[in-house]
Design a binder for this molecule. Structure first.
Ligand SMILES: Cc1ncc(COP(=O)(O)O)c(C=O)c1O
Length: 377
């Protein structure tokens, strides 16, 4: 969001809890309560104006994170392809496009959304295990950069679709490197037991088959081992396997120009946060070391690490209840608004939007003022 409200003095109070710098408690009036601001705007005012539940995102944070990636990888040719599934709101896609980043998509719907903010598909990579023929057609017609192919049957279908449209599809095979991402099993994708990617021995066969097809252009190798990964050693292990494969494929005559390192960089939901620029620099080192001297164009597909810390979900407490001495606050947001806690036990920090002093809190309680809570997304 743009700074819309009056400027308010930021205070350090309440900032012990991790939070992107754009979210801070400020006092808009000298004697008033502290209120959580997003950039220059009081979240309580937004809740009043637009109602709750309400998602609010900081454009400043998204921009800063995209730029931190750009800086960390500036030593190599690269394209940042924001993973649209992380948040496909058009305003966010527009912001990403303005920052000159590309997009990683997993469905025809996502291709359509991206085309609404940038009519040419040249910076789109298409991932996902279940691409349908109409989705392939749409992507081929819009001239996307790369299909990350996930199976022999998908490769056959893509070849046939491209031939029918008289197009040439640039492809990478998404390999399954059999590396543990050391993250929650539901968001882990890089082990043999997972449905994602192709085991490396089978990938060799697919590259050989693709090279013979006139409507396929072998261009890269792709990998994505999971999400919310905090141990960068997993990225390094995966890319070491990818680098070995690139050398081998080039040795076999394939023109491998791209390595797509996927997404997955984790964010902090609990602990005190290391500045993002430092985190992404450590990540970049882990990714780049195995690729040294390979002279490839690197593609990156970050999602969560770009938008997660940039947003809050504003929700209002509507009831309080006690069941068998356990106290509950009933809010107007539910799992349809924030699925992750029930899906895989994700933790989301919850903080009050207004922080009253003790006397103010007492007055607010008797006037039945309803507190509004913000959850980091
Ligand atoms: C192929 C692919 N790329 C990128 C991402 C984005 O990952 P993250 O949001 O963890 O950065 C995902 C997420 O599931 C994915 O499946």
């Amino acid at each position: 969001m743009r700074g819309a409200g009056k400027s308010a003095a930021k205070t350090g109070i309440g900032n012990r809890i991790l939070r992107a710098p754009a979210f801070a408690y400020c006092r808009s009036a000298a004697s008033g309560p502290l209120s959580l601001f997003c950039e220059q705007t009081d979240l309580a005012l937004l809740a009043e104006r637009h109602g709750t539940p309400l998602y609010v995102y900081s454009s400043e944070t998204i921009r800063a994170r995209l730029r931190a990636f750009g800086k960390a990888f500036c030593s190599v040719p690269h394209t940042l392809c924001y993973s649209v599934k992380a948040n496909s709101t058009l305003a966010i896609l527009r912001l990403v496009a303005r920052e000159k980043a590309g997009f990683d998509v997993v469905s025809g719907g996502e291709v359509e959304r991206v085309l609404r903010v940038r009519p040419k598909g040249a910076r789109i990579v298409f991932s996902g295990v279940g691409k349908t023929v109409p989705e392939m057609e749409l992507a081929l017609k819009s001239g996307i950069l790369l299909f990350n192919v996930e199976s022999a049957s998908e490769l056959r279908t893509l070849a046939a679709t491209a031939a029918r449209l008289r197009k040439k599809a640039s492809i990478a095979i998404r390999v399954n490197p059999d590396v543990s991402a050391k993250t929650h099993p539901y968001i882990s994708t890089g082990l043999h037991e997972h449905k994602f990617g192709v085991p490396i021995p089978e990938a060799r066969t697919l590259y050989a088959a693709a090279a013979k097809h006139p409507n396929l252009n072998v261009a890269g190798v792709s990998v994505h081992i999971g999400s919310q990964i905090t141990d960068v050693g997993s990225f390094k292990d995966a890319l070491q396997r990818v680098a070995e494969l690139v050398r081998e494929l080039r040795g076999a005559g394939h023109d491998i120009r791209y390595v797509d390192a996927g997404g997955g960089l984790g964010i902090s939901y609990l602990a005190t946060q290391t500045p993002f620029a430092e985190k992404v620099a450590v990540y970049a080192k882990a990714v780049l070391e195995p690729l040294r001297k390979l002279n490839v164009h690197l593609l990156l597909e970050p999602g969560r690490s770009i938008v997660g810390p940039a947003g809050v979900l504003l929700t209002r407490v509507i009831y309080r209840k006690t069941n068998n001495s356990k106290r509950f606050l009933i809010v107007d947001a539910a799992m349809n608004d924030l699925l992750r806690p029930s899906l895989y036990g994700a933790h989301h920090e919850m903080v009050p939007v207004k922080r009253f002093r003790v006397a103010q809190r007492f007055n607010a309680a008797i006037s039945r003022a309803i507190p509004v809570a913000a959850l980091a997304t």
